[in-house]
Design a protein around this ligand. Structure first.
Ligand SMILES: N[C@@H](CCC(=O)N[C@@H](CS)C(=O)NCC(=O)O)C(=O)O
Length: 355
């Protein structure tokens, strides 16, 4: 049986929402999901008739803002919890690096294995990049301990999560919003060359939003809809939409006047697409059964775009950890891969720039 709510005193955590005077509104939306009978791997409820995976909306949506007195941008005040395996967390790491926010926003990387209690912090000897438990800001051993500091929280224990070290509270757990806060809210503490929001410019917003809309539904989340589906119909529906969108992206990149989705400037559209495409051949093709085609063999323009981002822009390469990516998916989803065997291929994880 899963522990639903751990006693806070045992965790040595401060119950932030009850003890600290927070001016932030406490989220009251109903987000019932993790019942005691439900396992962490039951992304599709056992009694689902359609077998379709429906991702829940993120709960914590507070905004860091230059005009906010509650959550102003400050150096070394905010902390990001991520997994290198997670594509949603990967976006936040890419933008943190692109903006040069590493010195100002600290990071903890969880262990790649997500077990029955969810993401956990590491033990000695488990890899230098992994944050060891107890995690220093909160004393947590698991991500769920951090979420459980909020009275009544009954949602999933996801990464990424942005934490306020000064007020000891959760700021936001929605990657699409975290990256937007990073674009410009911290500009006052950044050097001149890092200021400005070139990834989501006013004049590009409409086309970026339009692109993100269908890419999120059919590609970013589409791979999960394929992999987590528990009926043949749900799986096929997801895979067909996924490949039709990949065909469309291939055509967009073929016609593009530059190396990016929208020509010569790197935008949020590229940033949000990359974490899914870099995982595609190494993991999704076999683990999520998205195997009608492979990026490297069948989509030359997407492949060229991918290699450019990976090999030419350190923020992409240095935040990509194939070991965490491959091991996480293949060893954390016993409902898909009961023996947790990680396939050796494809070799290499990504082809050289000019192969
Ligand atoms: N909407 C969230 C989704 C985050 C998410 O689903 N993260 C996954 C890892 S890739 C997670 O932590 N899952 C744990 C769980 O569902 O129990 C975002 O984009 O930030």
């Amino acid at each position: 049986m899963l522990l639903r709510r751990l006693p806070l005193q045992l965790l040595k955590l401060r119950p932030i929402s009850t003890q600290l005077p927070s001016k932030l509104p406490i989220v009251t939306r109903s987000y019932t999901i993790m019942t005691t009978e439900r396992k962490i791997t039951d992304w599709v409820p056992k009694d689902s008739k359609t077998g379709e995976f429906n991702r829940l909306a993120s709960t914590f949506r507070h905004q860091i803002s230059r005009t906010s007195s509650d959550l102003p941008p400050e150096s070394n005040r905010y902390h990001l919890y991520v997994s290198y395996a997670c594509p949603w967390a990967h976006r936040t790491l890419i933008v943190r690096a692109l903006k040069g926010l590493e010195k100002h926003i600290s990071v903890s990387v969880v262990h790649w294995h997500m077990g029955p209690s969810g993401w956990r912090f590491g033990e000695e000897g488990e890899g230098e990049e992994i944050q060891k438990a107890p995690e220093p800001n909160t004393g947590a051993k698991f991500m769920r301990d951090i979420y459980n500091t909020v009275e009544g929280y009954d949602g999933r224990f996801t990464v990424p999560l942005l934490w306020d070290k000064k007020m000891n509270r959760i700021v936001n757990n929605e990657s699409s919003e975290i990256i937007r806060m990073f674009y410009e809210e911290f500009d006052d503490i950044l050097p001149e060359e890092k200021r400005g929001n070139s990834y989501y410019k006013e004049e590009d917003r409409q086309r970026i939003d339009e692109f993100n809309g269908w890419v999120y539904e059919t590609v970013n989340n589409g791979v999960y809809k394929s992999g987590f589906a528990t009926t043949q119909e749900a799986y096929e529906k997801a895979v067909i939409s996924l490949f039709s969108s990949l065909d469309k992206i291939e055509a967009i990149l073929r016609e593009s006047s530059g190396p990016y989705i929208f020509g010569s400037s790197l935008t949020e559209a590229d940033i949000r697409l990359y974490p899914t495409i870099i995982r595609f051949d190494p993991v999704y093709v076999q683990h999520f059964k998205t195997n009608l085609k492979m990026i490297r063999h069948d989509y030359p323009n997407i492949e060229k775009w991918l290699r450019h981002l990976y090999w030419d822009i350190p923020a992409f390469r240095e935040t990509t950890n194939f070991e965490h990516i491959k091991k996480h998916y293949t060893k954390s989803h016993p409902q898909i891969n009961p023996h947790g065997i990680t396939p050796l291929g494809p070799v290499p994880d990504i082809l050289p720039k000019n192969a």
